[in-house]
Ligand binder design. Structure first.
Ligand code: ADP
Ligand code: MG
Length: 231
């Protein structure tokens, strides 16, 4: 029997106030099962990133319920929420979001620093993860001095270093050429297959979406069928 990693029900999300009010999610229910790869697909502005941020406990919904690893997240205090997020999730973004002045090693150690892991152990685990991603030779480089593909490898190392159950990837290949993008995709799907890490991938790339076990289609803040997506 498969267990559920993330279960969100009837999510709504409204940004802003008054005439600037905009409802990005209008009642969305999605499950991510443990070990699966799930694509969240839709055009730009359809609410994909908003949904991902709520599923990943990066943002609070305006309404609805979020359950992570069987634990109700809605209503948790922020310290508990941060701990749950940090120990369960890893993140990979289109824009990499590496700390520019810091070294590759420091970037990868960051989640361990947040988790309170001791200095020596931090270094050991971060190096081990960099080796796994075949980028250990860049450990002392500044994160800014890398190619796009190398930056995304470092971001994946940072996502992986805490032993997450789920990796969220928001347009992970959006800033890469197609050959490099494919390498990054392969890394993510290998982690899914070999380590049973659940993948939640936000994308408008149909080819990437097709590689996932399952797809959820979003249009104007609602889950739709593939047919409705293109109509
Ligand atoms: P996608 O990732 O599918 O491109 P987003 O979830 O980023 O879509 O955005 C969905 C809608 O919500 C868009 O119309 C966007 O302009 C709006 N939106 C997103 N973030 C904010 C924000 N912080 N404030 C106001 N509107 C926002
Ligand atoms: Mg987006």
């Amino acid at each position: 029997m498969s267990a559920t990693a993330i279960n969100v029900k009837n999510l709504t999300k409204t940004y802003g106030e008054g005439s600037g009010r905009f409802t990005a999610l209008r009642g969305v229910s999605v499950k991510a099962e443990l070990g699966e790869s799930l694509a969240i697909v839709g055009k730009s502005g359809s609410g994909k990133s908003t949904l991902m941020h709520v599923m990943a406990l990066l943002d609070e919904p305006s309404g609805g319920k979020v359950t992570v690893m069987g634990q109700r997240a809605t209503g948790l205090r922020s310290a508990e929420l941060n701990a749950l997020r940090n120990e369960t999730f890893g993140f990979v973004f289109q824009q990499f979001f590496l700390i520019p002045g810091a070294s590759v090693l420091e970037n990868v150690m960051l989640p361990l620093t947040i988790a309170g892991v001791s200095g020596r152990e931090r270094r050991r685990r971060a190096m081990e993860t960099l080796e796994q991603l075949e980028i250990a030779d860049k450990a002392s480089n500044r994160a800014t001095d890398l190619s796009g593909g190398q930056k995304q490898r470092v971001a994946i190392a940072r996502a992986l270093v805490n032993g997450p159950s789920v990796i969220f990837a928001d347009e992970p290949t959006g800033n890469l050429d197609s050959a490099t993008g494919e390498v990054v995709e392969d890394i993510l799907f290998t982690l899914n297959r070999d380590k049973a890490i659940t993948l939640v991938i936000v994308t408008h790339d149909q080819t990437l979406a097709a590689r996932c076990d399952r797809r959820v289609y979003l249009k104007d803040g609602l889950v739709v069928t593939p047919k409705e997506l293109t109509s």
